[in-house]
Design a protein. Structure first.
Length: 330
């Protein structure tokens, strides 16, 4: 059994070396830099043992590297990244990308720009991103750089990597945003906190559905739209806590409601039936969820800010909804 395990490890390592020798680089200068490191071998001692690899089944190197949901553990991240490559995991920021950062930054592995370059040469992605990483690592090598903030996201113009880097950025932003929400509600009464939690459950549903259905995604991503909505919510709540509360008349409420209804009807009955990725049906899906979101906002608002009338909340929310429509109707 021990001999079989050793043979398996040798086989996996040989296969990995072959995979890392493949390059999609097309830029002439970058190709020369890649040719210079084609015979560089990844340190065999840096791989996880078979027992460690079994224990790392299902691991996510990005979580261990950055400390999402666990203390940051760059050594575990490095071993997990090798394990991800062995099991052909498809995460854009994982496997080779995490190893490239580990070796370039000397974080979880001994710094080796040659190994980082070899990884960059076989990472794959948008041509400009591929070449950009190679040139950047070559510059850092010549400068004997000793920093620790080289990132795969330094070059992320390709749509897939750009989206994945936006998701990574949001994971950091969420920590800070949640902390701000917690600071705001920390002094609230228990009933107010409960009302806010109920509202947030509905808000998160709406934000997800709105991002998928109510936004033209030709030039953006769902995650960016969700971030946009959550940041707006935080800003609004901060303003309300400063006493800057909505105050509108009955006439203003009627006009806002009419404007929201007119914008929605335009999407359902107008001569145009599609706006980029937005369709009549997707707007209908978003509108149905928005109405539940509006109801949840009003219930929370009346609990937390009883001085604000229901018509003021409706006016504020209808006006905000018209703005969402105008992003693709205008």
């Amino acid at each position: 059994m021990r001999a079989s395990t050793s043979l398996l490890a040798i086989f996996l390592f040989a296969g990995m070396q072959s995979a890392f020798s493949q390059s999609t680089i097309t830029d002439p200068g970058a190709k020369q830099m890649c040719a210079a490191v084609k015979d560089v071998e990844l340190p065999a001692a840096d791989r996880p043992t078979p027992a460690e690899e079994n224990a790392l089944a299902g691991c996510a190197s990005v979580d261990a590297y950055f400390g999402f949901g666990q203390p940051a553990d760059p050594v575990k991240a490095r071993k997990c990244a090798y394990a991800e490559i062995d099991r052909d995991a498809k995460a854009a920021i994982g496997g080779k990308a995490i190893l490239m950062m580990a070796y370039a930054n000397g974080n979880g592995a001994a710094r080796s720009f040659d190994v980082a370059l070899k990884l960059a040469c076989s990472l794959g992605g948008a041509p400009g991103d591929d070449a950009g990483r190679v040139y950047q690592l070559d510059r850092l090598k010549k400068q004997s750089w000793d920093g620790n903030n080289f990132s795969v996201c330094d070059h992320s113009s390709g749509r897939e990597m750009y989206e994945q880097c936006a998701i990574l950025s949001e994971r950091f932003d969420k920590i800070e945003r949640d902390q701000k929400f917690n600071e705001i509600i920390s002094g609230w009464k228990p009933a107010e906190k409960k009302a806010f939690r109920i509202f947030m459950d509905e808000a998160n549903k709406f934000y997800e559905i709105q991002a998928k259905n109510g936004v033209n995604l030709e030039g953006t991503f769902e995650i960016q739209e969700e971030i946009f909505l959550k940041k707006n919510l935080l800003s609004a709540l901060e303003a309300f806590e400063r006493g800057e509360l909505p105050k509108f008349s009955a006439d203003e409420c009627q006009r806002a409601q009419a404007a929201e209804s007119a914008a929605y009807q335009r999407t359902q009955n107008g001569s145009v039936a599609q706006w980029g990725t937005v369709t009549r049906q997707s707007v209908q899906t978003s509108e149905e969820e928005w109405r539940r979101y509006q109801k949840a906002w009003i219930a929370f608002g009346q609990r937390k800010y009883p001085s604000v009338t229901e018509q003021s909340w409706k006016t504020w929310l209808d006006t905000d909804r018209v703005g969402m429509f105008n992003r693709f109707l205008q």
